[in-house]
Design a protein around this ligand. Structure first.
Ligand SMILES: [Zn+2]
Ligand SMILES: [Zn+2]
Length: 270
C-alpha cells in the first residue's frame, strides 16, 4: 500500500483502547460520585442513609442500579469512603453493596471498619478481606497503594467545623495512567491543612478535584484548589438538595462548577 493508502486505512480503524477514552464523572447525590475511565470505575461516598433534612439522598433508581450492577454501574472496581458521617457512609447500604458486588474492594478510614463491625459484621467475615482501612493523622505523610490499574494516594484533611475526632481523608485516585481525581470529603478550607501536604499535591497532576461546595467561591478554598492542589478542573459537591433543578443559578452564584442534580455527568478535564 502507498503511504496515502495506509493513512486512509488507519483513519478508518475504529478507535480502540481505553487510553483514548475520556474519563467521565457521574453525580449520585450529596458527595456521591462515580468516575469511569474505560473499563475502570470507582465510587466515592455512594452508600449513605442520612439526608439530615437538607442533602440529597441517592435516588432509588440509581441506588438499585448500583446494587444490581446495572449499567453504567456495572464492573465497579473500588469504592472510597471519605468519613463516617451518615450523609457519606451508612453501614447497612455499604454492607448490602459489598455483599451484592463480590469483587469490589472498599478503601476507607479505620473508623469505617469499626462501624461495619458494630453493625454486626464478623471480623472473619470474607467480606472484610475486601475492606482496606487506614489510620492517618492530619500531619502524617500521605499513604500510597494500588489496586489493579488504580493508583491511590491519600492524606488526612481535617473535617470542617472543628471535628478533630473524625478521620476525613482526601483520596487521590489515578485511573489508567491519565485521569487523576481527588475527593476532599468534608474538608475544612484551612490553607495550613493542605499546605503541609504540598509535596504530596506536587507529586501528581490532578485533573479534577471534588471539594465540598463551601470551597467554591471561598477565598481560602479557591487558593487551596488553584495554588496547592492545582487541579485543572473543580466540581463542587455536597450542595444542599434545594439546589436540585436550579444548578445554573447556584453555579452562577458560586462562580464555579457544582454538581446539583443526581444523574448529571461531566467530562473529566484532560
Ligand atoms: Zn461530615
Ligand atoms: Zn457531609
Amino acid at each position: 500500500m502507498s503511504i496515502r493508502a495506509v493513512a486512509i486505512a488507519l483513519s478508518l480503524l475504529p478507535s480502540v483502547g481505553a487510553a483514548h477514552d475520556h474519563a467521565t464523572a457521574h453525580y449520585l447525590g450529596n458527595e456521591g460520585v462515580m468516575v469511569e475511565h474505560g473499563d475502570t470505575k470507582i465510587l466515592f461516598d455512594a452508600f449513605y442513609s442520612d439526608s439530615f433534612g437538607q442533602y440529597a439522598l441517592v435516588p432509588e433508581n440509581i441506588n438499585q442500579a448500583m446494587m444490581t450492577g446495572a449499567a453504567p454501574f456495572d464492573g465497579v472496581d473500588a469504592v472510597f469512603i471519605s468519613h463516617v458521617h451518615g450523609d457519606h457512609f451508612s453501614p447497612e447500604p455499604a454492607i448490602a453493596y459489598m455483599r451484592a458486588q463480590a469483587d469490589v474492594v472498599m478503601f476507607a478510614p479505620e473508623q469505617v471498619r469499626k462501624k461495619l463491625l458494630e453493625a454486626g459484621v464478623d471480623t472473619d467475615d470474607p467480606m472484610m478481606t475486601r475492606v482496606r482501612t487506614i489510620a492517618l493523622e492530619p500531619d502524617d505523610n500521605g499513604e500510597a497503594m494500588s489496586f489493579g490499574a488504580i493508583e491511590i494516594d491519600v492524606v488526612s484533611v481535617p473535617h470542617a467545623g472543628n471535628r478533630p475526632h473524625i478521620q476525613n481523608y482526601a483520596w487521590r485516585v489515578t485511573l489508567g495512567d491519565d485521569a487523576t481525581i481527588i475527593h476532599l470529603g468534608d474538608a475544612d478550607p484551612a490553607v495550613s491543612n493542605f499546605s503541609r501536604h504540598q509535596a504530596h499535591f506536587n507529586s501528581k497532576t490532578t485533573n479534577t478535584a471534588f471539594p465540598p461546595y463551601w470551597f467554591v467561591g471561598d477565598t481560602n478554598g479557591e487558593l487551596i484548589l488553584s495554588d496547592i492542589i492545582k487541579a485543572k478542573q473543580t466540581i463542587g459537591i455536597h450542595v444542599p438538595k434545594r439546589a436540585t433543578g436550579k444548578g445554573d443559578q447556584w453555579r452562577a452564584r458560586a462562580g464555579g462548577d457544582l454538581f446539583t442534580d443526581p444523574g448529571e455527568t461531566r467530562a473529566i478535564a484532560d
